[in-house]
Design a protein around this ligand. Structure first.
Ligand code: SF4
Ligand code: SF4
Length: 351
């Protein structure tokens, strides 16, 4: 057991220097975009009451920072807050940090991350003399941010980043369906004392065996997972998952394997990077309804919700804008066309 493993055993971890003990179940800031202000306040209050003390948001998550900013300042001494920006230049990211501080109603953000560094060219941009990291170092010297982190969907790119700069944290997809980071990146991060944050730890809500999945990832070197949560029930369930972090046995692994086979690799993680769709399609929600219809056999439930939408699968014009922005390169035109055709065929069969 290495030094960091022994430090992170149990319900809490030390995620970055000075973080104190952070509950290993943190909270991601994507789903609260869908809630109204009072709903998001209720979920955040519930999260804090349940012991969650690490919150991750982003400049790119519309009003997520502001919603965090309505609640978290009341608990400033007891919570750690992270945000991130897509800006790649020093001046731009310094402006973003000012905006994040205003939104979060704080004079300090514990971790600021380069958001979704997607390839070597992106990495060169943030590390250039006038790049985002230079801007973050200035903000750090001014006491506006505590630590500099990096997020991305490609473990190989993040591994290169760790060779080039002393990032305090990495944030990478990690769940039973996405294990690439567990092979080399996460062990390398742990050897360097870099905190490991799992984004999309339940595959954007697609993994139903959540307790088993959390046990799996927390035995793979993850310090903190940040599932998005948009209900008090989800908060309670996720925190309860920390009650048992024992390694999985063979029967439990085969249950997760069955889930993996059921989901395949064409599943949406609900990160919303693809939005907005110029035709107004709620892309990630359409993926959710597709899953409920075909995978979980909740056809009537899905059809009822589809009936309430102004734009659905058939309205996709195949412009491809979302495909270019999706980190998983999901082919929405093909997926949505196939979904629509299968639903139509199904309707004729049921008629
Ligand atoms: S391909 Fe379809 S879903 Fe994607 S942005 Fe274009 S219209 Fe919207
Ligand atoms: S389609 Fe891709 S970009 Fe859009 S929410 Fe799903 S995983 Fe994210």
């Amino acid at each position: 057991m290495d030094e960091r493993t022994s430090r992170t055993a149990g319900r809490t971890a030390r995620l970055f220097p000075g973080s104190g003990d952070v509950l290993r179940m943190g909270m991601g800031g994507i789903p609260i975009q869908r809630l109204d202000p009072s709903g998001s306040e209720r979920v955040l209050e519930k999260a804090i009451a349940a012991g969650i003390n690490f919150f991750d948001t982003a400049r790119g998550y519309t009003d997520s920072e502001s919603k965090f900013g309505r609640v978290l300042p009341r608990y400033r001494g007891q919570v750690r807050v992270a945000s991130k920006s897509f800006s790649r230049g020093a001046a731009d990211i310094q402006r973003d940090i000012e905006t994040s501080l205003r939104n979060l109603r704080s004079d300090h953000i514990d971790v600021y991350q380069c958001h979704n560094v997607a390839g070597e060219a992106d990495l060169e941009k943030i590390l250039a003399p006038d790049g985002a990291v230079a801007g973050m170092l200035k903000a750090q010297a001014q006491g506006k941010i505590g630590h500099i982190g990096i997020s991305g969907h490609k473990p190989g790119v993040l591994a290169m980043a760790l060779e080039r700069f002393a990032f305090a944290t990495i944030q990478v997809p990690a769940n039973f369906m996405e294990t690439e980071a567990m092979r080399e990146l996460i062990p390398a991060a742990r050897r360097r004392g870099v905190g490991v944050i799992a984004m999309k730890p339940v595959g954007g809500g697609n993994i139903r065996e959540t307790a088993l999945n959390f046990r799996f990832i927390f035995n793979q070197g993850i310090d903190v997972a940040i599932p998005g949560m948009d209900s008090e029930r989800q908060v309670a369930e996720n925190v309860a998952a920390l009650d048992d972090l024992s390694p999985l046995n063979a029967e439990e692994i085969s249950r997760l394997q069955a889930e993996k086979e059921r989901l395949g690799d064409r599943f949406c993680r609900r990160c919303e990077y693809c939005m907005p769709c110029p035709q107004g399609l709620p892309i990630s929600f359409l993926h959710v309804l597709r899953n409920y219809y075909f995978l979980y056999d909740l056809k009537d439930w899905a059809l009822e919700r589809l009936g309430g939408l102004a734009r659905t699968y058939k309205d996709c014009t195949a412009c491809g804008e979302c495909v270019a922005k999706c980190p998983y390169h999901l082919d929405m035109p093909a997926i949505f066309r196939e979904t629509w055709e299968k639903m139509q065929a199904d309707r004729e069969d049921r008629a």
